[in-house]
Design a protein around this ligand. Structure first.
Ligand SMILES: Nc1nc(=O)c2c([nH]1)NC[C@@H]1CN(c3ccc(C(=O)N[C@@H](CCC(=O)O)C(=O)O)cc3)C=[N+]21
Length: 297
């Protein structure tokens, strides 16, 4: 039987833990706050940010939403970030990507106060993570780790193949899973578009993480029998649905689930866990800024 990880149910457990932590903060007169900043009108970004704000409401986190006009300057966006850095009621800040072409994403990430960096993308936090002293783990890699633990997948000594080398998923996840401190202890191979004979590598893997941003790229014939498959892809492909698109992962679920012992679906897998770990980081940030030791979810 293939175990299909229910990312929504697992995320709900984390959200419950966040609510409990919020109660602990409230008892000390603190309300954790998360600011989401969106610049421009990208429809997918609007959807995601709305979901994040709904999560905040559900968990009792103070959600602060800021919209910056798509035609505004980079300096306007940096001013917005600076204001949020200064606000005592905002403990976590997320600037939704992609940003308009005239804005340098790196400059914006660098401007976020590292202690409020709910995404974990600031170079100081990237450096800490690589050094084995993670402060804010990026949300998607952290969510993947939680999903593996939940499915009783112990990666110690196992071969993990990550398909995709992005700064937000592939690179940080590789670092986490190879480390001792995170009970990863895996042998990690990072594959990408220039990898020769990808199939030989995925076939030899105990765990395959698909994070290339390519719809249904990883198929069952690329997997070994009993492999663990985590699908990080969230691709909108045109379809004859009400919304005009459907969500598909980077894994061809039908063929892959015939081989896999454990698999995560899209939607309902990594996506909700990414949002849950965003609130986890908000709780962690609030602890660091207030000194109140609320229980981490
Ligand atoms: N600074 C920044 N931080 C991010 O974390 C970030 C970002 N920018 N830019 C875009 C990506 C994408 N992302 C998603 C998170 C959750 C779902 C999610 O919850 N998806 C649901 C349903 C989605 C739907 O119904 O459309 C699911 O997979 O079940 C999707 C996508 C965060 N991102």
């Amino acid at each position: 039987m293939t175990d299909v990880i229910d990312g929504n149910a697992l995320a709900d457990q984390v959200f419950d833990g966040v609510s409990d932590a919020v109660d602990e903060f409230e008892a000390e007169g603190v309300t954790p706050g998360l600011a989401t900043v969106i610049m421009g009108e990208d429809p997918a970004s609007q959807t995601y940010v709305n979901m994040k704000q709904r999560d905040c409401e559900k968990a009792g986190v103070n959600g602060v939403h800021v919209e910056v006009d798509g035609d505004a300057s980079q300096d306007d966006l940096l001013d917005t970030v600076a204001d949020l850095n200064d606000r005592d009621d905002v403990h976590g800040i997320l600037v939704q990507t992609p940003l308009p072409d005239h804005v340098d994403e790196r400059e914006v990430m660098n401007a976020i106060d590292p202690i409020k960096d709910a995404d974990g993308f600031h170079p100081e936090n990237v450096g800490r993570l690589v050094a084995g002293e993670a402060r804010f783990k990026p949300c998607t890699p952290h969510g993947v780790q939680r999903m593996l633990a939940h499915a009783d997948v112990d990666t110690e000594g196992k071969d993990v193949v990550i398909v995709g080398r992005s700064n937000i998923v592939g690179k940080p996840l590789a670092n986490l899973l190879m480390q001792k401190a995170d009970d990863g202890n895996a042998t990690v191979t990072v594959c990408h578009s220039r990898t020769t004979d990808l199939e030989a590598k995925t076939k030899a893997a105990d765990v395959v993480v698909a994070a290339a941003g390519l719809p249904e790229f990883v198929t069952g014939d690329m997997l070994s029998e009993g492999a663990v498959v985590i699908d990080v892809g969230i691709n909108r492909v045109d379809a004859d649905t009400e919304k005009g698109y459907e969500l598909v992962g980077d894994v061809d679920f039908e063929s892959a689930s015939e081989k896999a012992s454990v698999i995560s679906p899209v939607p309902g897998g990594v996506g909700p866990m990414t949002r849950a770990m965003l609130l986890y980081n908000t709780i962690k940030a609030t602890r660091l800024q207030t000194g109140v030791d609320a229980t981490l979810p």
